[in-house]
Design a binder for this molecule. Structure first.
Ligand SMILES: [Zn+2]
Length: 149
């Protein structure tokens, strides 16, 4: 169900801290934001339900958020690269993190977008990632207002 996407540089790691839905510990979360994807005409998008990810990208994400890993989702009965809680181990599903207004990666306004951090992942050439994607206002909001670090 996911798409093989050709991602051209730049690709951004977006991160934040947020309470785990299960144990309420504040945990680090990671997401990917792409702005030049061949299959999507120049729209900014968030990658979700990532099923295939080049090793160097995973290594970069894990250098900041080690609890981002290939995990089994009981919700959709498949594995994908997801955030997990370093305290209780529970997966923080992409739907929960991305898809509802006010979710950590679904900022509703400038202020919520400013609570996010954005880092460019060093890339010299295009790469392929298998994933779904989400478009729209939250992506623009993150791209415009997240703190560049
Ligand atoms: Zn937890």
């Amino acid at each position: 169900m996911t798409n093989k996407l050709k991602i051209n540089p730049p690709l951004f790691l977006v991160s934040t801290n947020w309470p785990c839905w299960k144990c309420d510990t504040r945990i680090p979360l990671a997401a990917l934001l792409a702005i030049k994807v061949d299959e999507i005409n120049g729209d900014i998008c968030k990658l979700t339900n990532i099923t295939q990810l080049p090793d160097e990208i995973l290594a970069f994400i894990q250098s900041r958020v080690p609890s981002f890993k290939y995990s089994y989702s009981m919700t959709i009965s498949t594995k994908y690269f997801a955030n997990t809680c370093p305290n209780c181990g529970v997966m923080q599903g992409d739907f929960y993190l991305h898809s509802e207004p006010g979710s950590p990666f679904f900022p509703m306004d400038k202020k919520e977008a400013r609570a996010l951090f954005m880092t460019e992942i060093p890339l010299t050439e295009p790469l392929w990632i298998e994933a779904d994607y989400e478009l729209g206002a939250p992506c623009e909001m993150i791209y415009t207002h997240a703190k560049r670090v």
